[in-house]
Design a protein around this ligand. Structure first.
Ligand SMILES: C[S@@+](CC[C@H](N)C(=O)[O-])C[C@H]1O[C@@H](n2cnc3c(N)ncnc32)[C@H](O)[C@@H]1O
Length: 311
């Protein structure tokens, strides 16, 4: 399989191994990107496994459509957010599925296309939208939020410890229209950061997460995904930073536990029942050779859960 794929998606072997796609299975790829994981699922579920794929990015949809063309009607692709999973399943007449994969965040194609405005390596208009139908761009947040709102955003979504200082510098330098303008304002305000990390990295991460409402979308999809699985169906999530990973970890922990009453409460009255079991206790990380080949895989963490058959 390796030779046929032009661009290997992150944790590809691990996803296929843990998701265990099989013939006649029905699967969801919530984040198609260039269609790499979907391709692997369709290959592994030959001759009649099906994939419903989502992406909000029109360009990603084109790439995925081209890559998955060989599978014909086995690949059903929708230009929509994975947060509409339940509705889209109903629309195509699927009740439950056998596996769901989410490979969160942005793709290398998005990062490497300067006019999308995700990267400070090239100068571009500050856009950062995955979905061009979204009315809010990074430039709108940078120029219209109050200094306090900006500081809160940088702290919450970028875990930027110098959030007030950065927000003050941005507020003073407004209007800011381009990626490199923003990067240099942040760099001037914060002389040093984590070694090897550009001082504006956290600012860019925070803005991207806010523009695309990434954490809200993740919170929305997690319960829908579990509800949509057949017994023994598997749910795999790759996250790229601690904010995402924490949400997935806490959700998996809670949903794999029966009682969720406070520990000191003598008698359970929550009525909560576990709906999944965790397949990965600790997150799966890429092997060194994958990181060498694709440095962006370095921060990836994969967690997988399986739907219990008791419901
Ligand atoms: C890391 S890439 C996925 C790469 C893909 N697994 C592959 O094999 O090429 C993440 C993709 O998810 C898309 N995305 C982000 N949020 C989304 C959402 N809420 N709904 C659907 N797609 C989303 C992005 O546009 C991007 O194309």
């Amino acid at each position: 399989m390796k030779e046929i794929l032009p661009h290997q998606p992150v944790l590809y072997k691990e996803i296929i191994h843990l998701l265990q796609p099989h013939r006649a299975g029905r699967y969801v790829d919530g984040t198609l990107g260039a269609g790499g994981h979907a391709w692997g699922i369709l290959k592994a579920s030959e001759p009649d496994g099906l994939v419903l794929g989502f992406d909000v990015d029109t360009h990603a949809m084109q790439l995925a459509r081209a890559r998955l063309e060989e599978f014909g009607q086995r690949a059903i692709l929708v230009h929509d957010s994975f947060t509409n999973l339940t509705d889209q399943l109903t629309a195509i007449g699927w009740e439950k599925v056998d596996g769901i994969v989410l490979d969160l965040g942005l793709s290398s194609m998005q990062l490497d296309t300067p006019d999308r405005g995700f990267s400070f390596r090239k100068d571009a208009f500050l856009d950062m939208r995955f979905d061009l139908r979204n009315p809010v761009r990074a430039v709108d947040l940078v120029n219209n939020l109050s200094e306090k709102e900006l500081a809160d955003l940088l702290y919450t979504f970028g875990e930027e410890r110098r959030s007030r200082k950065v927000a003050r510098a941005i507020a003073r330098a407004r209007p800011i229209e381009t990626t490199q303008q923003l990067a240099s304002v942040v760099a001037d305000a914060t002389s040093s950061g984590k070694p090897g990390m550009h001082p504006a990295t956290r600012t860019f991460q925070a803005l991207r997460i806010a523009v695309n409402q990434e954490l809200d979308s993740l919170q929305e999809i997690l319960p829908q995904a579990v509800d949509s699985l057949n017994p023994n169906g598997r749910f795999a999530v790759i996250s790229y930073h601690s904010l995402e990973d924490r949400i997935v970890k806490q959700f998996f922990r809670r949903e794999s536990t029966d009682c969720i009453c406070p520990p000191k409460q003598p008698i359970c009255n929550c009525g909560h029942l576990a709906s999944i079991r965790r397949i990965t206790r600790r997150p799966v990380r890429p092997q060194e050779d994958e990181i060498e080949h694709n440095p962006r895989a370095r921060s990836a963490r994969l967690r997988v859960a399986e739907k219990l058959s008791t419901e």
